[in-house]
Design a protein around this ligand. Structure first.
Ligand SMILES: Nc1ncnc2c1ncn2[C@@H]1O[C@H](COP(=O)(O)OP(=O)(O)OP(=O)(O)O)[C@@H](O)[C@H]1O
Length: 345
């Protein structure tokens, strides 16, 4: 039987997870650290060194796992595949539940530790034997969006010690705990990219830079583009069609290599379908929800209509702007995550 008070903490080498571990130690828990090697980049190596330094500073053992292959298979391959099929992926939504949380709980089991903790800004609330995922109190830093796809069975053992803190409070605690120097390797947007995602894609998929026509919403050809992978729905830059009012990307049509552009009003839509939905708190059909359609999106009021095959039809109460296939729609009731899934094309 794992010791219930013992916890394995995911240490990235950054300040957030360092403070998460420190808070658990302060609370009297038995704490061990866990670092995942996800990529073989200079940034990943620096982060591993920092994780070792954090563990040494806290006086806890550090377990390391090389997950580069699993990460490549479960996060990078789908990232590339999404661009090839005209979608705009969010790799962190795959990595956090499938890699960090799943591998963390597996490691906790192996080590006989009761819980697994990370430095995410989100909360797990346990009430009457049920665990729910909630937004972090610091709404500006909230990371519940990235955790919405955790297996429901993982929630009871997941521990998020920073969920009730603001980033400024975490920094203050870091200073108090002598951990402030670990602010340096703050994670970048997408951890496995060394530079621009477009260079990364061209290296992996040489034929991705395939040119094609730019058409308006009525199908009239307005120009040429040099690869759909450079565009996402709602994008304004790089279309190269000067006009009195700007053009935006409305849709990508990978079969015909067509980029469909339109004016601001063409980006509005009342409905989307999400697939592969993960439910953490299943709603009744037609239930109202706030729906976030990308990570830095506050959410829009909508109604949820679950369908067969793990799909949900989302009907917005007012039009949503730039609904993007490949991004994730995450559903909330107040600050509680109900679930979420990938936006279909
Ligand atoms: N390579 C890694 N090994 C172990 N845990 C990790 C790793 N990368 C991230 N994590 C865990 O996932 C959490 C969220 O990761 P994210 O990259 O979003 O971090 P962050 O908010 O910048 O936090 P930090 O300051 O701890 O890096 C981290 O707080 C940490 O617990």
């Amino acid at each position: 039987m794992p010791e219930p008070e013992s916890v394995l903490v995911a240490l990235s080498g950054g300040v957030d997870s360092a403070v998460a571990a420190w808070r658990l130690l302060e609370a009297g828990r038995r704490v061990e650290g866990f670092h995942l090697r996800l990529a073989d980049t200079p940034a990943a190596r620096a982060s591993r060194e920092a994780a070792r330094a954090v563990a040494a500073r806290l006086g806890i053992p550090l377990h390391e796992s090389d997950l580069t292959e699993r990460f490549a298979r479960e996060v990078i391959d789908p990232f590339v595949a999404a661009y090839r099929s005209g979608r705009t992926p969010n790799p962190c939504v795959l990595c956090n539940p499938r890699i960090k949380v799943a591998a963390g709980l597996e490691a906790a089991d192996r080590l006989g530790l009761g819980a697994f903790a990370t430095g995410h800004y989100a909360r797990v609330e346990r009430r009457e034997g049920v665990s729910r995922l909630l937004e972090g109190r610091d709404r500006a830093k909230d990371q519940s969006y990235f955790l919405h796809a955790v297996a429901p069975g993982a929630l009871p053992r997941l521990c998020l010690p920073l969920g009730d803190l603001a980033k400024t409070e975490v920094r203050a605690l870091a200073r108090r705990a002598g951990l402030a120097r670990y602010t340096a390797p703050e994670s970048q947007e997408i951890c496995f990219l060394r530079g621009d995602y477009r260079d990364f894609l061209r290296e992996r998929v040489p034929d991705i830079a395939r040119p094609g026509p730019v058409v308006d919403v009525r199908g009239r050809v307005l120009g040429r583009h040099d690869g759909l992978y450079r565009f996402t729905v709602g994008q304004r830059r790089g279309i190269g069609l000067p006009d009195a009012t700007p053009y935006y990307v409305v849709r990508l049509e990978p079969a015909a290599h067509r980029l469909v552009v339109g004016k601001a009003e063409d980006l509005l839509c009342r409905e989307l379908t999400a697939r592969g939905v993960n439910w953490l708190a299943p709603p009744r059909p037609g239930a109202p929800a706030r729906v976030r359609i990308r990570s830095r999106h506050g959410g829009l009021p909508a109604r949820l209509h679950p369908e067969a095959g793990g799909r949900v039809r989302v009907r917005f109460l007012a039009p949503a702007r730039a609904v993007t296939p490949g991004q994730f729609a995450v559903f909330y009731e107040d600050d509680m995550v109900l679930g979420g899934g990938e936006i279909c094309g």
